[in-house]
Design a protein around this ligand. Sequence first.
Ligand code: DC
Length: 219
Amino acid sequence: MNIAIDGPAGAGKSTIAKKLAKEMGFIYVDTGAMYRAMALYFLKQNLDSSNETEISAAAQAIDISICYQNGEQQVILNGENVTGEIRNEEVGNMASSTSVYPSVRKKLTSLQQKLADSTNVIMDGRDIGTCVLPNAEVKVYLTASVTARAKRRYDELQEKGEECSLEAIQTDIEERDYRDMHRDISPLKQAKDAILLDSSNLTIAQTAEAIQKICQERM
Ligand code: DC
């Protein structure tokens, strides 16, 4: 049994999916983390995101896998656990820019499908309901306004004591949305059979509750 949650950056997908996976006894698969791990490799190699030939050649040399420690997903890049290195704007933007290439998508899509074959998963990303798991029993398109998403990210960074500007975060989110929604292959869009949920005015608990209700109705 599989649950697919897609949506733009900052809509709360991973927070909600993690919470639900724990409550429902499913394995949580964060596919964005896999694109980020690849992006980290490209950055470490000083590759230019617009050079498809170089990126594709490098993608072939990358081995990505995931494992779980205390229930938390860990991403292993060429044998090294890089989970702690992938959560920053530079890696996120590189992931968004390089996820447009077929070589990158093909590799990760097949890994994601294999994971879902062997166990019940809640998987979040951009193309889960449309491409990776088209037969998922439950599909949710989780979104929120750009201002709500930027504010959440701003609060998160403030809490960590990192300096940031709300305006810059909003611009960054708008650019990422545009790239993710307008690429040629598997762009971010709501699957025809996905349920739309706008979390702009919902708390994490309310959003999780709404998705749990959808799951109960569909499963
Ligand atoms: O969810 P995230 O912010 O960690 O994802 C980083 C980037 O990876 C996102 O901007 C686009 C890409 N991505 C993708 O193309 N397909 C997915 N299923 C997940 C992420």
